[in-house]
Design a protein around this ligand. Structure first.
Ligand SMILES: [Zn+2]
Length: 167
């Protein structure tokens, strides 16, 4: 593999991978490295809280716990710019599109992980944060419209009672 094209740095959720130079679409970025475990052995360490397991197939799982496995710092995104690909019993991270220097490198951990480990409403990826911000903006706008409508109603009611009093 050529010189590393990323570094480990601070991200929204702790640490993450960040491009240090332009990465071309489909370029191989890193290998998700670790011990090869049988499914049975993987289930045992999973119960103990290992969050760095990458299931290759029904028989084998990679234990990516070692800190030397820099790929483990890659965060999940629902709109990722990279993806993992299994080649025999190895896992590589490839760019899904061109990545600019400084951009965080993310890949999709899959629906199971999102649902069971992160929790759909806790995902801090760019897309989910934007979606939540948009929803909050819409909620605020709706409240404003409702408040304005109420104020208008009150104003009209006051005017109506005033004109009645004149008569
Ligand atoms: Zn997300």
């Amino acid at each position: 593999m050529p010189r590393r094209s990323f570094r480990v740095g601070r991200s929204r959720t702790g640490l993450g991978l960040f491009a240090t130079r332009p990465i071309r679409k489909r370029a191989r970025i890193a290998e998700y490295k670790g011990r090869l475990l049988t499914t049975k052995a993987a289930e045992k360490v999973e119960v103990r809280g290992n969050r760095y397991l990458y299931e290759i197939n029904s028989r084998w799982t990679i234990d990516g716990t070692p800190r030397s496995n820099l790929a483990r710092y890659g965060n999940h995104s629902c709109n990722p710019n990279a993806e993992t690909t299994i080649v025999k019993r190895r896992v590589f991270i490839y760019a899904l599109r061109a990545i600019k220097p400084g951009e965080e490198i993310t890949y999709d951990y899959g629906v199971d992980y999102l649902k069971n480990v992160i929790g759909r409403s806790n995902c801090k990826c760019g897309r989910c944060m934007r979606r939540r911000a948009k929803r909050a903006r819409e909620r605020r706008a709706l409240q404003k419209r409702r408040a304005a409508r109420l104020a208008g109603k009150r104003r009209r009611a006051r005017r109506a009672s005033k004109s009645k009093a004149k008569r």
